[in-house]
Design a protein around this ligand. Sequence first.
Ligand code: FDA
Length: 389
Amino acid sequence: MEYDTLILGAGAAGLMCAAHAGGRCLVLDHAKAAGEKIRISGGGRCNFTNMYAEPGNFLSANPHFVKSALARYTQWDFLDLVNRHGIAWHEKTLGQLFCDGSAKQIVAMLMDEAAKADAAVWLEAGIVEVAQDDIGFLVVTERAGKRRTVRAQNLVIATGGKSIPKMGATGLAYDIAKQFGLSVTETRPGLVPLTFAEKRFAALAGLSLPAQVSAGGANFDEGLLFTHRGLSGPAILQASSYWHEGERITVNLLPSVDAFAALKAQRQAAGRRNLGTVLAQMMPARLADFIVQDWGLSGNLADQSDAALRDLANRLHDWDLLPAGSEGYRTAEVTLGGVDTAGLNSATMEAKTVQGLYFIGEAVDVTGWLGGFNFQWAWSSGWAAGTAI
Ligand code: FDA
């Protein structure tokens, strides 16, 4: 069977690419349904882009790599497509755009666009072998126990990263990249909850509050959530992408308060109050209790010297924590690292050394922040490859 373009992976990037590739185009995916990560994303409502998307929201060994694709297919272009399909949407917070109805509308929209472009999609199609000869690329695929060889001039790898193996995520893109002599940067889970030794925060599980979390030189002011295994919530997920095993993180529990000034004012106004009571006015009472125990605080405010209050305030603004690890690919929303951008053309996503071979989406060493940025990268890179073909 001969095609102009063969796309491996019917996820966000693969379907976007199929909608623009033109010619005879076939998409292969081993899953039962296309766009499964889109379907479950954003709590079923898909945070499909971000109004403020710009290159600074992406991590990559080469931070400039994303610029071309993001500038040529922007969040407004995708929003325009969503509007043309009559899908109602809203901004939740921080420029994050979600469907009013269901994420399934985004999957249906992409399938519709791919169908309009005459692209065929074969599901439950395993990839057995990928090769290249003088004529083009050859892919052996297996469906319902039957093997077929498909030929194509262009091969687009859109099989994503390793996050959530239960949903069919595999490292196929990295294997294919290596097979064709491209390098792959170190991969690790991103946008992932962090775990702590001895279930340190188990007593606080379920508690959330606004906080500022810092890791690896990046700071995020968003929600912090205590869990049975450690810490989660948007601020932690964001910071986790900048965190490496063995490194410490800091948490500012009172990002919008000058804790030293507040504690001093309280000492003057109500010096006989004990520290726990005062802290419970500044943060959830359960957390205040935990801090009193964990930090060994005792006594009344009046007993505290300026230096002691300064120390306490510094700790509240700069709580130094050592995560034991992360929850790993089991729950990570994305994979950091991937196909090295040094080997790809940033305008087309084509491999510099293998004509007709393209890598798009999460498989590439480009990872967005939480908030719709990862889908925007899938749309922009899928469009870049599709229109270049
Ligand atoms: P994607 O993973 O979408 O698609 C890859 C496809 O390749 C899949 O269909 C898979 O079955 C197929 N495949 C893999 N290996 C294969 C093999 N060996 N053979 C054949 N087929 C194979 N982002 C965002 O911007 N907003 C959000 O709201 C969310 N929410 C979210 C929630 C959860 C729970 C997760 C796990 C992730 C998110 N994300 C997100 C991230 C987002 O889902 C992700 O970045 C994109 O789906 C990446 O798109 P790709 O097309 O690159 O891969």
